[in-house]
Design a protein around this ligand. Structure first.
Ligand SMILES: [Zn+2]
Length: 157
C-alpha cells in the first residue's frame, strides 16, 4: 500500500510508513523548516510530481467544495499524487481530508486518534545516525556500531 504524506504528516510522524511517497512541494516545505528528520528520510521517501490532469481535477473539486481558499498548491499536489498513485493520504489537515472524501480518495489522520501506532525496535547508527529495520554488526554506510532504539510505526490496516 502506497502512503502519500503531506507536510503535517511528516511533521508529526516518528517513522515512515511502508512505501512513503510525497511531492516536491512537500520536500521544499520541510527544507524551509529545516526539519532534521528529512536528513534520515530523504533516501526512503519516493518523491513524485502529480500529473497535470489530476491537478486539474483536484482544482475543480476544490472550487466545488469551497476548499480552494484553504488549500495551498502543495496540498493540491498531495491530493493529485494520491489520485495518480491510488495510495492512502496521511494528513492531519482538515481541508485535505475533506477534499479527499469529496474525491473518493482514501485518507487517514496521523494524530493520536487516527492511525494505530505500535512501538517497534529499530537500530540507529552511532556514527551517521541512519536507522535500520534489522540489527547488523555495524552500519553498512559508515561502519560505526548500531544501538537499538524504540520507535513508533504505523500499523497497516
Ligand atoms: Zn552509519
Amino acid at each position: 500500500m502506497k502512503h502519500i504524506l503531506d507536510t503535517s504528516a511528516l511533521f508529526s510522524m516518528q517513522d515512515l510508513p511502508p512505501e512513503p511517497m510525497t511531492t516536491p512541494g512537500v520536500i521544499s516545505e520541510l527544507r524551509k523548516y529545516h526539519d532534521p528528520r528529512l536528513r534520515y528520510w530523504e533516501d526512503r521517501l519516493i518523491v513524485s510530481e502529480p500529473s497535470a490532469a489530476s491537478m486539474e481535477r483536484v482544482r475543480e473539486a476544490a472550487a466545488r467544495t469551497g476548499d480552494d481558499a484553504r488549500l495551498s498548491p502543495v496540498d493540491m499536489e498531495v491530493l493529485a499524487l494520491a489520485m495518480d498513485q491510488g495510495g492512502v493520504i496521511l494528513t492531519d489537515d482538515y481541508s485535505i481530508q475533506n477534499l479527499a472524501r469529496a474525491l473518493g480518495l482514501e485518507y487517514r489522520p496521523v494524530g493520536l486518534k487516527g492511525i494505530r501506532e505500535v512501538i517497534v525496535w529499530r537500530y540507529r547508527c552511532r556514527g551517521c545516525g541512519r536507522t535500520f529495520d534489522k540489527n547488523m554488526p555495524d552500519c553498512p554506510i559508515c561502519g560505526s556500531a548500531l544501538r537499538s532504539v524504540r520507535s513508533r510505526s504505523v500499523e497497516e490496516r
